[in-house]
Design a protein around this ligand. Structure first.
Ligand SMILES: Cc1cc2nc3c(=O)[nH]c(=O)nc-3n(C[C@H](O)[C@H](O)[C@H](O)COP(=O)(O)O)c2cc1C
Length: 206
């Protein structure tokens, strides 16, 4: 399945999909591999390509990862914190809560990884800049194929436990996120609310 989105439509409608993930429709391995083929065309520092891509489809492993995620979610998303939010924030909250409750039901969870752990000193930009563009390219390629994803990072507070579940060599390899992947219910998505360019663009002077 290809949506034939224009580049601009693809870039402006690839959303964090949570409530519209179709948990009942399987995702073919071949489609996931196509997305990875495109993702690894992204840049990496010195073309180092130290990325690894861990797809999780095993129900027991998905449930254990979702439990780690929820351990963090429960501490971050408290009713008191929710009450502080404006309406837009509450909408994202409701969506995030839904995902937390259903994460284990996603047909696929993807954990992008990078070989060697991030240095505690020196360039974080070079380190993360060598994996995150590829991860986003994966999401764009997925969207073009009717798949939805959502960037998440909460489970990383328990990264070592997640590594144990999946046999990832934690001491040598860092996880960059955890993305549910599923076909979307409907394929129409709109540009999201964003700050105006006036607030964020600077010419020659801050
Ligand atoms: C670094 C990063 C971490 C994120 N972590 C989470 C997360 O743990 N859980 C979640 O539901 N969404 C997470 N998100 C998704 C954001 O909430 C989402 O990208 C943002 O609300 C914009 O959504 P939109 O592109 O659909 O408009 C994360 C996004 C990024 C880039």
């Amino acid at each position: 399945m290809r949506l034939d989105l224009s580049p601009d439509d693809l870039l402006s409608t690839t959303r964090a999909v949570r409530k519209r993930l179709d948990f009942d429709r399987p995702v073919e391995r071949q489609v996931l591999l196509e997305c990875i083929e495109l993702a690894v065309q992204a840049p990496s520092g010195s073309n180092s390509q130290r990325w690894h891509w861990v797809f999780v489809t095993d129900p027991d492993k998905k449930a254990r990862l979702a439990a780690l995620y929820n351990r963090v979610f429960a501490t971050a998303y408290t009713p008191a914190a929710r009450d502080q939010m404006d309406e837009a924030g509450k909408r994202v909250w409701s969506s995030a809560e839904y995902l937390a409750q259903h994460l284990h039901e996603a047909p696929v969870l993807l954990i992008p990884c990078q070989w060697t752990r991030p240095a505690t000193e020196g360039s974080q930009a070079a380190y993360w800049g060598s994996i995150l563009p590829a991860a986003w390219s994966f999401m764009l390629a997925a969207r073009e194929r009717g798949l939805g994803t959502s960037w998440t990072t909460m489970h990383l507070q328990h990264e070592e436990e997640a590594a144990d579940i999946l046999g990832i060599p934690y001491a040598r390899c860092a996880q960059a996120g955890l993305f549910p992947v599923a076909y979307t219910k409907g394929t129409d998505f709109k540009p999201g609310p964003r700050r105006s360019l006036d607030e964020i663009v600077h010419w020659d002077q801050w």
